[in-house]
Design a protein around this ligand. Structure first.
Ligand SMILES: [Cu+2]
Length: 177
C-alpha cells in the first residue's frame, strides 16, 4: 500500500471541507446576539448564518436548568427584562402555525428544543429554512429587528402559537455582523 496516499486522503478531505464556505462565499455570519437572563447577566450567544440554502442558527447558553428548553427567533429585536415580552411572538413571515410537528407549521423562527446539560450549558445548531437576514421581501432583520429567546420549559413543537414552552428566561437582540 502507498503510505502517502493513506496519509494524504484525510488531509485533502479536510482542506476541501474547510475551503468550501470561503471559496464559494455562500456562507457568512450575518447576525449575532448576546443573550442575557432576567437580571441582565450575560448568558450565551447566538449566531445566524446566511447560506445558499437559507438561514442557520447556532445558539450557546449557560445558566439554564438541565433539560430541554424551547428556542425561537422572535419577531421584535427588543429584550426588556425580566419577562422579555417585548420580543413579541415567533418570527413568522410565512404565516404558518407553530411547530415542526404541526401540519400547518412551522414558524420560520421555530428551532428544536435546546438541551442543557447538568451544568446548565447547552448548544444547538439548526437550519431555520429558506430566508435572508437583511434583504428580500421579508428579511429577518426588518424595521423592528428580531431576537433569540430561550424558554423555561420544553417546546412540544405542536401547540400554536407558543409550543407551551413557558416563561422567557434568556433573550438576545440580533444585530448585523
Ligand atoms: Cu419563544
Amino acid at each position: 500500500m502507498n503510505k502517502m496516499f493513506l496519509i494524504s486522503l484525510p488531509l485533502s478531505a479536510l482542506l476541501v471541507a474547510g475551503c468550501v464556505p470561503s471559496v464559494s462565499g455562500g456562507m457568512k455570519a450575518a447576525a449575532g446576539a448576546d443573550l442575557v437572563d432576567a437580571t441582565g447577566q450575560p448568558a450565551g450567544t447566538a449566531i445566524v448564518t446566511e447560506s445558499t440554502d437559507g438561514l442557520w442558527l447556532d445558539v450557546s447558553v449557560k445558566g439554564a436548568t438541565a433539560g430541554p428548553h424551547g428556542l425561537h427567533v422572535h419577531t421584535v429585536g427588543k429584550c426588556e427584562a425580566p419577562d422579555f415580552v417585548t420580543a413579541g411572538g415567533h418570527w413568522n413571515p410565512t404565516a404558518h402555525q407553530h411547530g415542526h410537528k404541526n401540519p400547518q407549521g412551522p414558524h420560520a423562527g421555530d428551532a428544536p428544543n435546546l438541551i442543557a446539560n447538568e451544568k446548565g450549558a447547552g448548544r444547538l445548531k439548526t437550519w431555520l429554512g429558506a430566508g435572508l437576514v437583511a434583504t428580500g421581501a421579508t428579511p429577518l432583520l426588518d424595521a423592528d429587528g428580531a431576537a433569540v429567546v430561550l424558554h423555561a420549559d420544553a417546546d412540544d413543537e405542536m401547540t400554536d402559537p407558543t409550543g407551551k414552552s413557558g416563561k422567557r428566561i434568556l433573550c438576545g437582540v440580533l444585530r448585523p455582523r
